[in-house]
Design a protein around this ligand. Structure first.
Ligand SMILES: C[S@@+](CC[C@H](N)C(=O)[O-])C[C@H]1O[C@@H](n2cnc3c(N)ncnc32)[C@H](O)[C@@H]1O
Length: 287
């Protein structure tokens, strides 16, 4: 079945390219590991969303759909829709959802900032690390709010600042090898796009949400079941490959060996776990 051409804001075109290019293939191949890495945040997200049996749920930036399926299992007499920019991840989401035998789920490719949602057609919007990438967050959350009925709920989990996320700090610091690498910019579209709590309150209030709350949740990220598994995962990631790409052969071998050592040092009985911090953001649509 052919999909309609997704509506994407010009300002999000770079994200569209990124999530439909080589890195998307990484996400598809590593989908189980991505799911497991931040799985300790899932109960917090679902608890905050308080999805009821008849709820109609929208999952923004659903990726391979782990949270969409979790929502569908709760909305047994309702429905869950996953929306994402990435065609490869949506194909994987559909495959996994069919394999799970879930029927109250569908997926759409589109840009949450401009996707023409059915007005007030949803009771809850959720996101598992999928709402930090918008070029214009106020426009995007205004559009998401338009999909919610008055009094509908938003629940999203987003990363706190880089400094509080040891899992990424360890990777960047190990791979920098003395290079002064730019830190991910707080507030810019990317993993730390909603790291500043005051900015989140401003954005959501401007977008028409009320009762905005951010809960400080600290759960570790799982990089692998053991040192070899963690190294295989981490060294295959697009951003990691990009960080080592510019290095000469010897230097590259050196930093990858150092990465293996650093990951081994963090292995424990529950796998390779590194410190992380997220906000669980909740808000209500309409003032
Ligand atoms: C970090 S991934 C999270 C994926 C998934 N929620 C998970 O937890 O595995 C971020 C996702 O947001 C999607 N995304 C980024 N910008 C988007 C936009 N403007 N509209 C819809 N989805 C977007 C990406 O394609 C990607 O799948």
């Amino acid at each position: 079945m052919s999909q309609p051409t997704p509506v994407v804001d010009e300002a999000n075109a770079e994200q569209f390219r990124a999530w439909n290019g080589d890195d998307a293939q990484d996400w598809v191949s590593n989908a189980d590991r991505y799911e497991a890495a931040s799985a300790r945040y899932d109960p917090w997200l679902l608890d905050a969303a308080a999805i009821g049996a008849t709820d109609r749920v929208l999952d923004v930036g659903c990726g391979a759909g782990v949270s969409t399926r979790a929502a569908a299992r709760l909305a047994v007499d309702g429905h869950a829709t996953g929306l994402d920019l990435s065609a490869p991840l949506l194909a994987e989401a559909r495959r996994r959802t069919a394999a799970a035998g879930l029927r109250n789920v569908d997926f759409f490719q589109g840009d949450a900032q401009v996707h023409p949602f059915e007005p007030a057609g949803r009771d809850v919007a959720i996101s598992r690390f999928g709402v930090m990438f918008f070029a214009d967050p106020v426009a995007a959350f205004t559009n998401i709010a338009s999909a919610l009925r008055p009094g509908g709920r938003l629940a999203a989990v987003v990363w706190q600042e880089f400094a509080r996320n040891e899992w990424l700090r360890l990777l960047v610091e190990t791979l920098a090898t003395g290079r002064d690498l730019p830190r991910p910019a707080p507030g810019a579209p990317g993993p730390f796009g909603l790291a500043d709590p005051d900015a989140v309150r401003r954005i959501l209030t401007a977008a028409g949400f009320s009762d905005v709350d951010l809960a400080d949740v600290r759960e570790p990220v799982l990089l692998g079941s053991g040192p070899d598994d963690a190294y295989a995962y981490v060294s295959s990631l697009g951003p990691v490959r990009a960080l080592v790409r510019g290095l000469a052969e010897d230097a590259r071998a050196g930093v990858l060996a150092e990465l293996r050592v650093r990951l081994s040092e963090r292995a424990g009985p529950d796998g390779v776990l590194l410190g992380a911090a997220a906000w669980v953001v909740t808000a209500v649509s309409g003032r």
